[in-house]
Design a protein around this ligand. Structure first.
Ligand SMILES: [Zn+2]
Length: 238
């Protein structure tokens, strides 16, 4: 473990050398390497997560560039998972970075989640998040949801059978059929940083914050305590 690299971080009382050592033993699976995922992977790798697997089937498009700090114009047309693996591995060679070019489906998700300590959400659609949520509860792997829309972002860390699950909060929300999600360019980096914080905290055994909502335009930051729905078909008792 690079002592100098993390010196300023290990000086943080709440984190310390103990936290750094623990973080370096953890494995994160990141699903989706776009605006949110690329920024989250960047932070987790710089902070010293032990290993990270980045799964994405898509290529980089010019329209991706306004909301990520990792991709450049030279990367257009290349696979996101490959570019993230290459660029972020060179940021921190102490971290094992793997890039997998694959679409996550009901058929392959179980094998992709093997040995994960946490799942980090970089997806952009509710059906895939509901699948991740179901598998998170089934395999007892915590996951950290993050979403952005226009000027509003949300983050919620979900601990299986301990906190409310994603289904508890979304079962009454209609699924948007928008092909292109409108988003302010700076928002994914902001939300990814909060998502990274929540990921680190739960990996170190801290309690998650609840549902965090940030509205850029109205300068509003809120945390909602969400209770588990006892009748939830995914995490409820029935
Ligand atoms: Zn639930």
């Amino acid at each position: 473990m690079g002592k100098d690299r993390y010196r300023r971080q290990t000086l943080v009382k709440e984190f310390g050398l103990k936290g750094q050592k623990l973080l370096s033993s953890k494995h994160a699976i990141l699903i989706g390497g776009g605006g949110l995922g690329s920024n989250s992977a960047n932070l987790l790798i710089r902070m010293g997560i032990g290993s990270i697997t980045i799964i994405d089937y898509d290529t980089i498009d010019k329209t991706n560039l306004h909301r990520t700090s990792v991709f450049s114009e030279n990367d257009i047309g290349k696979y996101k998972a490959s570019v993230l693996k290459e660029k972020l591995q060179s940021v921190n060679t102490d971290v094992q970075v793997q890039g997998i070019i694959k679409k996550v489906t009901l058929k392959n998700i179980d094998s992709l989640l093997t040995a994960a300590d946490v799942i980090v959400d970089g997806t952009d659609n509710i059906p895939l998040r509901l699948l991740i949520n179901k598998k998170s509860i089934q395999h007892k792997i915590p996951w950290v949801y993050a979403g952005v829309y226009e000027t509003v972002g949300m983050v919620m860390a979900i601990l299986p059978k301990k906190t409310a699950c994603f289904h508890c909060i979304t079962q009454n929300i209609p699924i948007l059929k928008t092909k292109e999600i409108p988003v302010l360019g700076s928002l994914p980096a902001t939300i990814a940083a909060i998502q990274c914080n929540e990921t680190i905290k739960i990996l170190l055994g801290k309690q998650p914050a609840g549902l965090l909502i940030y509205d850029v335009w109205n300068q509003c930051f809120d945390t909602l305590g969400i209770k588990r729905n006892p009748c939830c078909p995914i995490c409820g008792k029935k």
